[in-house]
Design a binder for this molecule. Sequence first.
Ligand SMILES: *[C@@H]1O[C@H](CO)[C@@H](O)[C@H](O)[C@H]1NC(C)=O
Ligand SMILES: *[C@@H]1O[C@H](CO)[C@@H](O)[C@H](O)[C@H]1NC(C)=O
Length: 577
Amino acid sequence: MKHIKGILLFLFVTGAFSDEHSHIYEDNDEVVLWMNTVGPYHNRQETYAYFSLPFCAGPKTHIDHYHETLSEALQGVELEYSGIDIEFKNNVPRFQYCVVYLEEEKFKAFVYAVKNHYWYQMYIDDLPIWGVVGEVKDNNYYIWTHKKFEIGYNGKQIIDVNLTSEEKVLLAPNNKLNFSYEVIWKKTDTKFEDRFDKYLDHNFFQHRIHWFSIFNSFMMVIFLVGLVSMILMRTLRKDYARYSKDDDIDDMERDLGDEYGWKQVHGDVFRPASNPLLFSALIGAGHQLTTVVLSVIVFAILGELYTERGMLLSTAIFVYAVTSPVNGYFGGSLYARMGGKLWIRQMVASAFMLPVFVCGTAFFINFIAIYYHASRAIPFETMIAVVCLCLFVILPLTLVGTVLGRNLAGQPDYPCRINAVPRPIPEKKWFMEPGVIILLGGVLPFASIFIEMYFIFTSFWAYKIYYVYGFMLLVFLILIIVTICVTIVCTYFLLNAEDYRWQWTSYLAAASTAAYVYVYAIYYFFFKTKMYGLFQTTFYFGYMALFSGVLGIICGTVGYIGTSVFVRKIYSTVKID
Ligand SMILES: *[C@@H]1O[C@H](CO)[C@@H](O)[C@H](O)[C@H]1NC(C)=O
Ligand SMILES: *[C@@H]1O[C@H](CO)[C@@H](O)[C@H](O)[C@H]1NC(C)=O
């Protein structure tokens, strides 16, 4: 129920954007210590609920507020109240808050956790805190039982939390463990805006390599744009020149004459792509995704979203829902221009393609998570909430977009007439085959982003906070430009080989970038991470497939848009009849 409430709030009041946290506390106000997860240190994506280990909660059971957003639930963040009483600016001397009697089963659970270097994570006022469960020494297992919180405050705000684990107790069957805590408040001068600085790894993200890679990609962009404009300008000018000379010759003669190359296919180049329904659904989704990614990156730069747990995902879901008309508009209008009649089917495909892809992957991983009792299992209410979001928000908005698109931009206005009979596609060299062009198309775009991929993967899989969204925006723009240039060159070669099937070819040539990213993800898994086990592996490869898929749709769409502008341009100067 709280998810449904959460989503309603999220949709209508943008309430989820501020949570209930204003981060302002009066003296003696309740400060909540949330328990998040435990898991092995060397495998940070494997997490279980904190209380899945036989820890005990403090005596306090009632708290004034509880909050959880949809995005937290989707990420498997399931915060539980610790029961530990903390009040703003109130020092607490050492206080024993609970006792655990180590029966056989609890003893074994703790020994297993200590042996596997388990650590746990907690939150105070959205600040993450980490602590280790215990320590192994000479084949004896010890557990830390005392938590010392040193909390820094500035005015009415919490700035900094340090946790020190003390009091090592030997784990032995039938022992009693007394868990205790103490709180020490300290004044600091650090500003609230800077409180996340200590979590940011400047050495890692602002490494020379990062700057260097941006510079490199930038050079590649200049080179590519120069190359594309040079080659195309020259070739086109020559073609145009020859064409105007032949102006007085009969149409018939020109068609049968020694002309070759892209102009030969003017009667077929605007022929609708095969499978127009799927194609326009992909293009619509691609427009929407590109908008979402650009807006989320800009929001992240402006709003420092990384300081709020789950904020990035909340923003992404919100922007995705709101931009559904974009999907309908571009998908619907393209489908109409291609003469498609099944527009309702196209709209439904367009609206649900991505949600089904995302939810399918998430639910599949979820089943495995449930089997392993990992905390990443998505609650049932969350699934219902997502389905409601798709049916009652995304679908109607897509419908609005589709109707607008079909009426405003649904008329074909191609510069060349489409011949009634398709022209046969001549035999060509193997490297001009669409398959080869598609495969090669992704190489340069991938080269322009793979260093950034390393940083993104590392922050996602190794829990570093990614905060350099300026870099990300730059890389995204570079990727767009490189993709467009490369697909234009590919399409030009294809058309010159008198193959007019450029729509799918340009789309797939750009989208093949994602295939390279996935191959890189496989490399990253084996050489850069220490993940193991079925759950981990499925989790990793499932989410990487999602990531690559989304990237592929974006690149494909961007490539197609660039190419179609180019194709219109070159054929609009060809005078037929
Ligand atoms: C926490 O630890 C850091 C580094 O040791 C120190 O600079 C900071 O003052 C500590 N904060 C508090 C509240 O004790
Ligand atoms: C734990 O607390 C109980 C009473 O609450 C006390 O009898 C016992 O000695 C304590 N054990 C340790 C190891 O401090």
